[in-house]
Design a protein around this ligand. Structure first.
Ligand SMILES: [Zn+2]
Length: 177
């Protein structure tokens, strides 16, 4: 994991941050001395699709871009500001797979470090998703789309620890059926 670069300047007015204690907790944060902007750093939310076919195979997408290029992922991605996770997931599925979908039950949430310089971590939410009729095409940041039997998915193939936890959860739930 590369070392994260600290934030140094106010994103509103470009003044150099000062370290100050803020709020009831008196946590030390980056504060702008000119416009009082306080830099809160949070995990970035993503919405992700757990898609099973009638043979209980899992649909995974191969990453076409860094980080974790060439590793397998669940379809989905980062939410836009003020975007509902279900709406964001429908948007991502259309962008990545070229088909519409219906979003079903919530599966789980996992937090993973995201190895880039400007995002500290991703907060990944997972939903069961059913694809509507149509041809699945790998698009956007997806290089390839494939159905996997859950037993052939190995930890080393997966992009992030959270995704592997979801594979294990799905496997367990299929055994219980
Ligand atoms: Zn400022």
């Amino acid at each position: 994991m590369q070392k994260l670069k600290p934030y140094r300047f106010c994103p509103v007015c470009s003044t150099k941050f000062e370290k100050k204690k803020v709020g009831l907790e008196q946590d030390i944060r980056n504060v702008c001395p000119k416009c009082d902007y306080v830099m809160y750093v949070n995990s970035s939310p993503t919405s992700n699709a757990v898609i099973l076919n009638s043979e209980n195979e899992l649909l995974l997408t191969k990453r076409a871009i860094k980080p974790a290029i060439g590793k397998w992922d669940f379809a989905g991605g980062f939410l836009n500001n003020n975007e509902n996770p279900v709406d964001g997931l429908k948007r991502e599925i259309k962008e990545e797979l070229g088909v519409d979908c219906t979003v079903g039950d919530f599966v789980n949430v996992h937090v993973s470090l995201f190895p880039s310089l400007w995002r500290e971590a991703a907060l990944n939410m997972y939903y069961y998703v059913k694809l509507k009729k149509g041809k699945i095409i790998a698009m956007s940041d997806v290089a390839e789309v494939r159905w996997f039997s859950v037993n052939e998915i190995k930890e080393s193939m997966m992009s992030y620890a959270g995704n592997w936890k979801i594979v294990q959860q799905v496997k367990k739930s299929l055994r219980g059926r």
